[in-house]
Design a protein around this ligand. Structure first.
Ligand code: NIG
Ligand code: FE
Length: 420
C-alpha cells in the first residue's frame, strides 16, 4: 500500500467528459490524499476523508506530500518516438530560414529517417527509443502512444512494431502501438503511388493484424502525401482488420483530414493547425477528439497553432501530445506542450491539464483505466514541487517525482546523460 498524505494541492481530473466549458474534476483539493493497493488506486480525495483502515494499514508506505502537488500521470497520445538517425541539422536549417517542404526536397524529412531506420538493428531501435522513453518518464509521462512509419516496407514496419512491443514489456511507461505504414510514399514508389497504397492495405495491414502488433491505424493525410480518398480507404481497411482509426489532419494546410476523420469515425484527428470550419463541425458531430501538438507547430516554425478555442467551443474534446519525432518533435515534455497550449492556443491551465491527462486517455481509448486519479484506476501520478501551475515554469525542476503503477520511479538526474 502506497499512501500520499497532506498533499499541498491534489487535482484528480476525475469526472465526466472534458469538453466545452464544463470541465470537471480540475478543482484543486487542498490537503489531499491518494492511496494505492498494488497498481490500483483505492482512495483519492481529502486527507480528512482518508479511511482510517487505509491510513493505519500495516503495509502502508506513507509519504508526507505537504510540499508537493499531485496530478495524474501524463498520457502522451501521439509520438514517433521510435526512429534511428539524427535530423538535428534540420532545426538549424529551419532557424536559418528553410521551410519543411524545402528541407524534404533536399533529401531531409521523413525519408531520411526511413533510410536510417531500415538500416538499424532491432536492438539499436529498442535501445535508442528506451532512452527517449526515460526522458518522457522524467517529464511525467506514464503512458505513451508510439507509431511505426519510418519503415515503409513490410519487414521494416513489422520490425518497428515488434520493437515497440519489446519496449512495452520492458519499460515502465505503458505503450500503445499505432501502425503508420501510410506516413509517406517511400522513394522507390514515387512514380507508382497506387502500388504503395495497395501494399499498405493488402500486405502490411493483414500482417500487422495477424500478429496483433498494433491497436490503431493512422495516416498522414496531407497535400503531396496521402489524399483524403487514399486516407479514407486505408483507415477503412484498418477498421475491417480490427485496428481503430486516428489520423494526421490539416497539419501543413487544410488537407481534408478532419472530414475524413469524421466520415470514418476516427477516435482522434491530430495536429489540426489548418482545420477549416466545416471540419470542426464534422468532428463535433462525429465525436472525434482533437489531439493537438503545439510543440511541433512551434519547432516547425509554422507561425500558427491549432484553433483550440474554436474546437472547445464547438464541443470537441481537446487532448495534448508531444509528437516526439526526429524533425519537429524536439521536446519530450508534456508540461512544455501544456505551456504552449496556454500561451499560444488560449487554453486555461485547467483545460491544458485535462487535455494532457484524461483527454489523452480518451484519445487512446484508455479512460477506463488511466487519465485521472480515482479509485479503481492505475496509480499513475506526478508529484510537483509547488503548485500544479508550476508545471508550466519551463526549465524549473518542478517535477518532484513520478509514480507508475504504484511504484516510485527514479528520475534521471543532470549527471545522467540520457539524451540520445
Ligand atoms: O507528426 N506529420 C507527419 N509526421 C510527423 C513528422 C515526422 C517527421 O518529420 O519525421 C509529425 O509532424
Ligand atoms: Fe505525427
Amino acid at each position: 500500500m502506497l499512501v500520499l498524505r497532506h498533499i499541498r494541492q491534489l487535482i484528480t481530473c476525475a469526472g465526466a467528459a472534458h469538453r466545452g466549458r464544463s470541465l470537471s474534476g480540475v478543482a484543486a483539493i487542498v490537503a489531499g490524499a491518494v492511496a494505492a493497493a498494488g497498481v490500483r488506486i483505492v482512495f483519492a480525495g481529502r486527507d480528512a476523508d482518508l479511511p482510517p483502515a487505509i491510513a493505519a494499514a500495516a503495509d502502508a508506505q506513507v509519504i508526507d506530500a505537504a510540499r508537493y502537488s499531485v496530478v495524474p500521470g501524463f498520457v502522451d497520445a501521439h509520438t514517433h518516438a521510435m526512429f534511428a538517425g539524427d535530423r538535428r541539422d534540420e532545426l538549424r536549417r529551419r532557424l536559418a530560414g528553410a521551410t519543411y517542404p524545402e528541407i524534404a526536397a533536399a533529401g531531409g524529412g521523413i525519408v531520411a529517417t526511413v533510410a536510417a531506420t531500415r538500416a538499424a538493428s532491432d536492438r539499436d531501435l529498442v535501445e535508442a527509443t528506451r532512452r527517449r522513453l526515460d526522458e518522457m518518464l522524467a517529464c511525467g509521462t506514464t503512458t505513451a502512444e508510439i507509431k511505426s512509419g519510418y519503415g515503409l516496407d513490410v519487414e521494416s514496419e513489422l520490425k518497428m512494431l515488434r520493437a515497440i512491443r519489446t519496449l512495452d514489456a520492458s519499460h515502465p511507461i505503458d505503450i500503445v502501438a499505432t501502425f503508420l505504414g501510410a506516413h509517406e510514399i517511400p522513394l522507390e514508389y514515387r512514380t507508382r503511388r497506387h502500388d504503395y497504397v495497395r501494399l499498405v492495405i493488402d500486405e502490411m495491414l493483414p500482417r500487422v493484424a495477424d500478429e496483433r502488433l498494433a491497436e490503431w491505424c493512422d495516416v498522414f493525410c496531407e497535400t503531396n502525401v496521402f489524399t483524403p480518398d487514399e486516407s479514407h480507404r486505408i483507415l477503412e481497411a484498418g477498421l475491417r482488420r480490427g485496428l481503430n482509426a486516428r489520423i494526421h489532419a490539416d497539419e501543413l494546410g487544410p488537407s481534408g483530414g478532419s472530414l475524413v476523420a469524421a466520415a470514418v469515425g476516427a477516435r482522434s484527428a491530430d495536429h489540426l493547425i489548418f482545420v477549416p470550419e466545416d471540419g470542426i463541425r464534422a468532428m463535433g458531430d462525429a465525436n472525434v477528439i482533437a489531439t493537438l501538438l503545439p510543440s511541433a507547430a512551434f519547432y516547425l516554425k509554422l507561425g500558427r497553432f491549432a484553433p483550440a478555442r474554436a474546437l472547445i467551443d464547438a464541443g470537441v474534446p481537446v487532448a495534448l501530445a508531444t509528437d516526439v519525432n526526429p524533425g519537429g518533435g524536439f521536446s519530450p515534455s508534456m508540461p512544455f506542450a501544456m505551456t504552449l497550449a496556454c500561451f499560444a492556443m488560449g487554453m486555461t491551465f485547467e483545460e491544458s491539464l485535462a487535455a494532457a491527462t484524461i483527454n489523452g486517455a480518451r484519445s487512446l481509448d484508455r479512460a477506463d483505466t488511466i487519465g485521472s486519479l480515482e479509485a479503481g484506476k492505475l496509480m499513475d501520478a506526478v508529484l510537483i514541487a509547488g503548485d500544479p501551475i508550476d508545471l508550466i515554469r519551463v526549465g524549473a525542476a518542478s517535477i518532484g517525482g513520478v509514480i507508475k503503477r504504484g511504484r516510485r520511479m527514479s528520475i534521471a538526474g543532470p549527471e545522467d546523460p540520457a539524451y540520445p
